[in-house]
Every structure is written in C-alpha cells, then in structure tokens.
Write a protein that binds this ligand. Structure first.
Ligand code: COA
Length: 165
C-alpha cells in the first residue's frame, strides 16, 4: 500500500492543508497526517484538540489517518514504516525552507523522500496564523476553513478572551 506522512503543527488545519491532502490522496492510498508541537510557535489549540478537529474534517475518508509525534520526523516515519513525506508549496518563498528541510531529512534518513504538491492558487497566501488573527479581529474566515474549524476557532478565541479580561 502506498502511504505518506503529511507533517505539521496544523493550528488549526485550513482549506490549504485540506487541498494538499486531497491532492495527495490521488497518489497515496493512505495519507497519515502527523501533528506535532512546534517549539518555535505558541499554539492556540492543544495537540489533542488539533487531532480531533482534523479527524472530524476527514471523517468521510478512511484513507486519511491522524496521529501525533514528538522528536524527529524521520524517526517517526521510520517507525511507522513510511518512506514518503508530503509537503505543500504555496509560493516561491516556501522553496528555500522546504529545500533545506527536505535535504536535512534526507541527510538523516536517505531512504525517505519528500514529495511536494502545489496548493491551489486561492490558498497560496493562507496560513494558520493568518486564520487565527482574522478570528481574533472578527474577520470573515469562512473561505479559509471548514465550518467545524470556524466554530472551534471562534469558541477558543472567546474562551481565551474571557480568561484574559
Ligand atoms: N495551506 C495553508 N497553510 C499552509 C500550507 C498550505 N498548503 N502549508 C503550510 N501552511 C502554513 C502552516 O499552517 C503554518 O502556519 P503558521 O506558521 O501560521 O502556523 C506555516 O504555513 C508553516 O507551515 P509548516 O512549514 O508546515 O510548519 P509547521 O509548524 O506546520 O510544520 C514541521 C513544521 C512540524 C513539519 C517541522 O518543524 C518538523 O518536521 N518538525 C519535526 C522535528 C524535525 O524533524 N526537525 C527536523 C526537520 S529538518
């Protein structure tokens, strides 16, 4: 069975990520979405919340699995017996970083390859932090995330505001 890992912090998953998963599903029988804590980022959703939200989004597709990992991505891939990492490219500006990551991962585990998918142009400027910021400022995010994520974001931001004031 052709399997691949799509790693990220997914805080939260957006239509841009979903677009990449759906494209990857044409090539891979299983896409394992692997959620991790990125220490460089201050997360809005807890890891378990992010996983549950992604599971809701892909509840209709048995070929999409969701899990979490800690430590090196290549170690997770090796223990999961998966040799392909999926990454999305939104714009040329993503390339340098992705190139560096792909080559570092190859240096760490030469048998693991990274496959890139171009996102739909309408999501080329999208990011999770943009969606989080829009939610805080009461901007319209309905084009950027599914309804379940929109609802969860609004609840989380309200909960945070209540705790702050
Ligand atoms: N559509 C919409 N948004 C997208 C997107 C797409 N197709 N692709 C990426 N993004 C957004 C993400 O939501 C994220 O937004 P944010 O910064 O506002 O949170 C941003 O673009 C960057 O995404 P990404 O590069 O995937 O960062 P990440 O934190 O989600 O994931 C890991 C990075 C987890 C894959 C990487 O840090 C990793 O592999 N960590 C494990 C440790 C390891 O092995 N390190 C060595 C790797 S060389």
């Amino acid at each position: 069975m052709k399997r691949a890992i799509y790693p990220g912090s997914f805080d939260p998953i957006t239509n841009g990520h979903i677009d990449i998963v759906n494209r990857a599903r044409h090539l891979f029988e299983e896409v394992c979405i692997a959620v991790t804590h990125n220490p460089a980022k201050n997360a809005l959703f807890h890891l378990e919340e992010r996983i549950n939200l992604i599971r809701e989004v892909f509840a209709h597709d048995k070929g999409v699995t969701v899990t979490s990992f800690t430590g090196l991505l290549v170690d997770f891939a090796t223990t999961s017996n998966i040799r392909t990492i999926i990454r999305g490219l939104r714009a040329v500006s993503d390339f340098d970083y992705e190139f560096q990551m792909a080559l570092t991962n190859r240096h760490l585990a030469s048998e693991i390859d990274t496959v890139f998918f171009m996102t739909d142009a309408k999501y080329s400027y999208l990011s999770s932090s943009l969606v989080r910021q829009l939610t805080r400022l009461k901007g319209d995010i309905s084009e950027f995330v599914p309804k379940t994520i929109e609802k969860a974001l609004k609840e989380k931001v309200n909960e945070r505001n209540i705790r702050t004031y």
